[in-house]
Design a protein around this ligand. Structure first.
Ligand SMILES: O=P(O)(O)O[C@@H]1[C@@H](OP(=O)(O)O)[C@H](OP(=O)(O)O)[C@H](O)[C@H](OP(=O)(O)O)[C@H]1OP(=O)(O)O
Ligand SMILES: Nc1ncnc2c1ncn2[C@@H]1O[C@H](COP(=O)(O)OP(=O)(O)OP(=O)(O)O)[C@@H](O)[C@H]1O
Length: 439
C-alpha cells in the first residue's frame, strides 16, 4: 500500500461504531479506521492535525503497551498510524456516505487531519494456503461478564441482574432495538458449554450490536438498528451449510438446519474456550458463589449437568473477563476516586504530567496500573491508578472478539463427488482452523 498513491476506488465501506468509520481494501487484507466527529463540527476541524495524530497514536500505544499485556499479545492487533492524502480522504468520505446507516449520520468522518489507523482486515485473514471456500469471521461483542460486588453499589438489583440484561429494557424502551435480546454475557463467560451454547443461540436470534458474521470479508449476517425486520435465519443457514457438510470424516449433505446451527455454535464454543496453545488450566471462579449467574438469564440452572464453572486460563474469554474485573469499585465507587483526582488537578495543575493523566501509555503507566495497592491509602496516586484500571476494564467491556473459521485444505480436496452419508448427531464440523483476535 503506497500512501502517496491512494485511490478511493481501492477502498469500500466496511462498518462503523460510535467513534470511528472503517473502510476495507478491495484486494489487500487491510482496513483503515478513521475518526468521526459530531456533524455540528463538520464545518471546522475540531482538532489540529497534530492532535488527531496524537489521538490515534495514543490508541495504538494504549493497545500495544496496556491492553496487549492485559489481554495477551497473541489476541491483539494494535495497527499503526498513517498519514493519508487529504484529497483521497475527501473522495472516500463522499464515496462511503450513501452506504452509512442513517442513525450513524449524526457523526461525520474526519476529512481534515488525513490521519487514520491502519490494521489487518480481521474479517478476511491472509491465508498461507488459500482455500476455495472463503473464510468465515464471527464478530462477538460480549460486553460485561460479571456482577459487581463493590461495597459502593447502592442498588441491590445491580448485584443480581447484569448490566447488559438491564440495559435491554432501556434500549427497547427508547427504540434503539425493537426486540429484547435474551443473550446474557454471564452465560457466555461461564465456561460451561451448555450455557455458552445457550448464549450464542440467543446472539444469533437477536444479534443487535453484539454479533456479526462475515464471509470472505463481506458482512452477511447482522441486525439493522431500529428495524422491524426479523432476522433471516434461512439466509444464515444458506451461508453456513457448505462449511458444515463434513462431519466425522464423511459428507453429510442431508444435515438438518438444527444440526448445522448446532455444529456452528459448537465450533464457536470450542474457539472461545481454546487458547491457541499453552496448557490452559481452568480458572478458579473469581466471581464467587452466586455472582456468576444473572437472575435475568433464561438459562435454567437445573440444566447444568457437567459442572465446569471456569474458563481455561489461556482462553480469550478468560483474559477479557480478568481485565473487565479490574473495575473493582463499580462506577459508583470510581466516581468518588475520580473526584479526588479532579480536585487534586485543580489544586496542582502541573501534576497532570507526573500522574500520566493523558498518557503516555508506556511501561511506567502499565506498572502503576498493575501495582495499585488493594487498600485505599487516601493518596491521589491510588485514585489515579484506580481510574486507569477502570479505563482498561471499560475497554475490555466494550471490545469485540473476531473468530476466523477457515476450512482445512484436506476437506476441500475431498470435495470431489463423494457420496453423501446420513446425518448423525453431534458431528464434528468442517470449519476446523480457528483464530481469535480482538479489535
Ligand atoms: O454503555 P454501553 O454498554 O451501551 O456501550 C456503548 C456501546 O453500546 P452497545 O453496548 O454496543 O449497545 C456503544 O456502541 P454503539 O455506538 O451502540 O455501536 C459504544 O461502543 C460505546 O463506546 P464509546 O463511548 O463510543 O467508546 C459504549 O459505551 P461505553 O459504556 O463502553 O463507554
Ligand atoms: N481490524 C478490523 N478488521 C475488520 N473489521 C474491523 C476491524 N476493526 C473494526 N472492524 C469493523 O468495523 C466496526 C466498527 O469498528 P469499531 O468497533 O472499532 O468502531 P468504534 O467506533 O471504535 O466502536 P464503538 O462503537 O465501540 O466506539 C467493527 O464492529 C467491525 O465490524
Amino acid at each position: 500500500m503506497e500512501l502517496d498513491k491512494m485511490d478511493e476506488n481501492d477502498w469500500k465501506y466496511h462498518g462503523e461504531g460510535n467513534k470511528s468509520l472503517v473502510v476495507s481494501h478491495v484486494q489487500l487484507s487491510r482496513v483503515l479506521r478513521l475518526l468521526k466527529y459530531p456533524a455540528e463540527d463538520s464545518e471546522n476541524p475540531p482538532q489540529t492535525v497534530e492532535q488527531a495524530y496524537r489521538q490515534i497514536q495514543n490508541i495504538v500505544d494504549f493497545s500495544s503497551n496496556v491492553m496487549s499485556s492485559l489481554l495477551g499479545e497473541k489476541f491483539i492487533h494494535s495497527g499503526e498510524v498513517v498519514k493519508l492524502p487529504l484529497e483521497f480522504v475527501r473522495q472516500l468520505s463522499i464515496k462511503v456516505q450513501h452506504q452509512r446507516p442513517a442513525w450513524r449520520c449524526d457523526k461525520v468522518m474526519d476529512i481534515y487531519s488525513g490521519c487514520a489507523l491502519c490494521l489487518p482486515n480481521l474479517t478476511s485473514p491472509v491465508l498461507h494456503q488459500p482455500t476455495h471456500t472463503p473464510p468465515l469471521c464471527i464478530e462477538i461483542k460480549p460486553k460485561c461478564g460479571f456482577l459487581p460486588s463493590s461495597k459502593h453499589v447502592s442498588k441491590d438489583i445491580k448485584t443480581k441482574v447484569c448490566r447488559f440484561c438491564m440495559h435491554q429494557h432501556y434500549k427497547v424502551a427508547n427504540g434503539k432495538w425493537k426486540r429484547r435480546s435474551l443473550y446474557c454475557p454471564l452465560d457466555l463467560f461461564s465456561g460451561n458449554r451448555q450455557r455458552m451454547h445457550f448464549a450464542i443461540r440467543h446472539l444469533i436470534e437477536e444479534p443487535q450490536n453484539n454479533f456479526k458474521i462475515f464471509k470472505g470479508g463481506q458482512c452477511v449476517y447482522s441486525s439493522k438498528e431500529g428495524s422491524d425486520d426479523s432476522i433471516d435465519l434461512n439466509s444464515l443457514l444458506h451461508h453456513l451449510r457448505p462449511y458444515f457438510l463434513y462431519g466425522n470424516n464423511r459428507i453429510n449433505s442431508h444435515m438438518t438446519s438444527k444440526a448445522v446451527l448446532n455444529d456452528f455454535i459448537q465450533v464457536l464454543v470450542n474457539a472461545l474456550l481454546s487458547g491457541g496453545g499453552g496448557d490452559g488450566g481452568v480458572m478458579t471462579d473469581r466471581r464467587g458463589e452466586g455472582r456468576s449467574f444473572c437472575e435475568a438469564s433464561l438459562f435454567n440452572k437445573e440444566r447444568i449437568r457437567h459442572g465446569s464453572q471456569g474458563l481455561p486460563s489461556d482462553s480469550v474469554l478468560f483474559r477479557i473477563l480478568q481485565t473487565q474485573m479490574l473495575d473493582t469499585q463499580d462506577i459508583e465507587g470510581l466516581y468518588l476516586l475520580y473526584r479526588r483526582v479532579e480536585q487534586h488537578l485543580q489544586d496542582f495543575p502541573k501534576e497532570r504530567t507526573r500522574l500520566q493523566i493523558d498518557g503516555p501509555y508506556n511501561e511506567a503507566f502499565l506498572e502503576k496500573l498493575q501495582k495499585c495497592p488493594a487498600e485505599d491509602d487516601g493518596s491521589v496516586e491510588y485514585a489515579v491508578a484506580k481510574v486507569h484500571q477502570y479505563c482498561a476494564a471499560m475497554t475490555a467491556k466494550d471490545c469485540s472478539i473476531m473468530v476466523a473459521l477457515v476450512p482445512s485444505s484436506e476437506e476441500e480436496e475431498d470435495d470431489d463427488g463423494e457420496s453423501s452419508q446420513p446425518e448423525t448427531e453431534g458431528s464434528d464440523s468442517s470449519a476446523q482452523r480457528r483464530d481469535e483476535s480482538l479489535k
